[in-house]
Design a protein around this ligand. Structure first.
Ligand code: UDP
Length: 335
């Protein structure tokens, strides 16, 4: 069978690189478009993925890429994605995320590639009225980051009627964990996510963790989130591809189970066998008390289920990665 080729923007980043690995492992060819501002060359597999190092805002480069390959589908990860930063620079977030994404979609349509998978976010839902959150929940982002992704989703919806572009938008809850074989993991700078910060505090490679608020209306007073293993997330991307044959789709992707910040700290201590140095601080602006996904639609339509979903498995794989890469991907390139 002829090899299939996929374009993955932001494929050297955290979630993107786990998808690239999954595609390459099943025998597909991948072209990664990444400017390596956030991504890492070391996050790409040694064979099967070609890196085009460029900014997706570079229109000429986009045209070159679509002229050089014929893609089965586009997976679009490259985006500004820090909620806090988006509140300080809302115009940049909305403008860049929207224009880069829609230009990419336009280039795909022009080249006759009519399947598009967007890395979207639970931030579309803001402060949800009920939990778990399914796809019928109100779309009411409370950050410019969430708003920018909502605008992209809407733009893609318009493109289906006009151009036949079929899009799958996956609203991730809390992506976490690392490749179970330890080849790649999470390496953000700045790092803002709970699990890597708790692990690195325990390992002594980052300062003690500040827990943002202990008086939320939750059983132990700390925020509850739905952590989904990054390898399960990658699997969701592969599964929705087939679904696109039936038209565009929107899915919430989470494990369906919520864990509090205190429960995450306890899991890290249990698995790492060391205390997580931490203290309690102020709430972080914009943090809802509870965010838990219903992924029933994704399960029903694609047969997806979170195989590495348990919190301990997420923490175990993340711990293994951080313990073996105390300086992230730098270690690997220096090795
Ligand atoms: N959190 C925390 N301290 C930190 C980072 C995060 O207490 O240094 C909490 C945060 O308030 C939230 C949860 O951990 O309730 C998960 O936050 P993260 O930034 O990992 O993901 P988010 O839910 O914001 O997407």
């Amino acid at each position: 069978m002829a090899e299939r080729t996929y374009l993955v923007t932001g494929g050297a980043g955290y979630v993107g690189s786990h998808l690239v690995l999954a595609l390459v492992e099943r025998g597909d060819r991948v072209v990664v478009l990444d400017d390596l501002r956030q991504g890492h060359r070391g996050a790409l597999p040694p064979a099967g993925a070609e890196l085009v190092q460029a900014d997706i805002a570079d229109r000429r480069k986009l045209e070159e890429v679509f002229a050089a390959w014929r893609f089965e589908a586009v997976f679009h990860f490259a985006a500004l994605s820090l909620v806090g930063e988006s509140m300080r620079e809302p115009l940049r977030y909305c403008a860049e995320n929207l224009s880069n994404s829609l230009r990419l979609a336009e280039a795909a349509v022009k080249a006759g590639c009519l399947r598009f998978v967007l890395s979207s976010t639970a931030a579309l839902f803001g402060n949800p009225k009920r939990t778990p959150i399914d796809e019928t929940a109100d779309l009411a982002p409370t950050s410019a980051y969430g708003e920018s992704k909502l605008m992209v989703e809407r733009g893609l919806s318009w493109a289906e009627g006009a151009h036949g572009l079929r899009s799958a938008c996956l609203r991730y809850f809390n992506a976490a964990g690392a490749d179970p074989q330890g080849r790649i993991g999470e390496d953000h700078e700045p790092e803002t996510h709970l699990i890597p910060l708790a692990i690195c505090a325990a390992l002594g490679t980052r300062p003690p963790l500040t827990v943002f608020g202990a008086a939320y209306p939750t059983p132990d007073g700390t925020c509850v989130r739905d952590y989904v293993h990054v390898t399960d997330l990658a699997d969701a991307h592969l599964r929705v591809l087939a679904r696109l044959d039936h038209g565009s789709c929107r899915y919430n992707v989470g494990s369906g189970t919520g864990y509090s910040v205190r429960e995450v700290i306890a899991a890290v201590e249990r698995i790492g066998g060391r205390p997580v140095p931490h203290h309690f601080g102020e709430r972080r602006a914009g943090d809802p008390a509870v965010l838990v996904a219903s992924s029933q639609r994704l399960r029903d339509d694609t047969g997806w289920s979170p195989r590495l979903g348990a919190l301990d498995e997420i923490v175990r794989t993340a711990w293994a990665w951080h313990a073996s890469h105390p300086r992230g991907f730098d270690d690997r390139s220096k090795a």
